[in-house]
Design a protein around this ligand. Structure first.
Ligand code: ZN
Length: 390
């Protein structure tokens, strides 16, 4: 079916003006000031874009699609993600990973869940590997996973600087990143290594050492949770100014913010004020991940679940509360993750790219319409496509 969005303010993510967008099948066919479709016997669905802003579909590069956690024993394992949660968040491309538990949750299940989400309509990718080293893989080698399994685009999340990490050495981590990089080259994928950072005072030390001592480009690492406390965040500014990528986690609870977590919208403003290039910054939700609460001795006290809808909420706050220009803020969940993850048809609005589109109200920035691979998943704030068991 052909769809035509009429007269919307288009951010590609650069501001393009008021435009019409023609969608044919799962691709954007054309973006022009005026598009008229004169065609008989074919249904053309017109979508009114007046008073709306159109963005590329959002990319969430760190989600526990299978559920995560378990830090407070088995009953605290968090549930799998459902399609409607992803759609409500405006996310059209999602990257799944295992978490703290790489025993009872497996990479095979992760790939199967990604395939299920793809069948349901969104684009889904996964990271091979695990929190712990030795890394879990499917074929026994990172390179093989990257080359032979379509959905696998990188490695992660591998934990460092955390009391839950497996105490990896820099040599072990460098080997992983090197294998992921070459596997990615051979498969035409990013081969990026997504690194979980905890609250340890070692912060980003290991990544600084690796990029200094080994021939691994700094952009092969995608360290996440950089905003989780002030000292890690400040180290993140230094790291990003040296060319490193930094990813902030949008899911949070009031307690974490009270304890010193830097709210993403504010974190973005501070990084920009410190001269960090916006291209080096991304947000991800850590959706369905556990947000475990530990006391000062590391004992478990309670758990909450990460929420994908926080992804755009933080971008919205960056625009509305921190006065960051729309076209700058929106990059952190569109073109920037697309570039880091080498998702060439994602993260932008251009003829020939995938028809992944989010339409929001011009003033409130509330999500109104979500189109994934040309299919309308949400319209007038109502979810039209749900998962099979929802
Ligand atoms: Zn993590």
């Amino acid at each position: 079916m052909i769809k035509l969005i009429k007269s919307a303010k288009v951010y590609s993510p650069t501001y393009e003006g008021i435009k019409d967008i023609l969608i044919c099948g799962d691709k954007i066919a054309s973006i022009e000031e005026h598009i008229d479709v004169n065609i008989t016997n074919v249904e053309v669905k017109i979508i009114d874009g007046k008073d709306k802003i159109v963005f590329p579909g959002f990319i969430d590069s760190h989600v526990h699609i299978l559920g995560g956690g378990g830090e407070g024993s088995f009953k605290t394992r968090t549930p799998e993600i459902q399609l409607s949660t992803i759609v409500r968040a405006g996310v059209t491309s999602i990257v799944g990973c295992l978490g703290t538990d790489g025993v009872a949750r497996s990479l095979k299940s992760l790939v199967a869940k990604a395939k299920a989400l793809k069948e349901e309509g969104v684009s889904c990718y996964v990271y091979t590997g695990s929190y712990d080293i030795p890394l879990r893989t499917i074929y026994g080698e990172i390179k093989e996973d990257l080359m032979l399994i379509e959905e696998i685009i990188g490695v992660g999340e591998v934990a460092i600087s955390d009391h839950r990490a497996s105490a990896p050495t820099k040599y072990e981590l460098a080997k992983i990143a090197a294998q992921a990089r070459v596997g990615g080259m051979l498969a035409g994928k990013s081969g990026i290594t997504n690194i979980h950072l905890g609250d340890s005072m070692n912060k980003l030390d290991m990544l600084f050492e690796i990029v200094k001592e080994f021939d691994i480009p700094i952009y092969q690492f995608l360290p996440t949770h950089i905003n989780r406390n002030e000292y890690l965040f400040n180290d993140g500014i230094r790291y990003a100014k040296e060319g490193g990528l930094v990813d902030f986690t949008t899911s949070t609870i009031p307690l974490f913010l009270e304890e010193g977590e830097v709210k993403c919208s504010k974190a973005l403003r501070i990084m920009l004020e410190n001269g960090v290039n916006v291209e080096n910054i991304t947000f991800s939700s850590d959706g369905q991940g556990s947000l475990p609460i530990f006391d000062s001795e590391g004992n478990y006290e309670g758990v909450k679940v990460g929420d994908s809808t926080s992804l755009f909420e933080e971008v919205k706050d960056a625009i509305l509360e921190e006065n960051i220009p729309i076209e700058t803020a929106i990059k952190v969940i569109t073109s920037n993750p697309a570039k880091n993850l080498k998702l060439h048809n994602k993260g932008g609005l251009e003829a020939g790219m995938d028809a992944d589109i989010v339409m929001v109200d011009k003033n409130t920035l509330e999500i109104d319409t979500v189109i994934a691979m040309g299919k309308i998943m949400m319209s007038n704030k109502e979810i039209l496509v749900k998962g099979l068991f929802e």
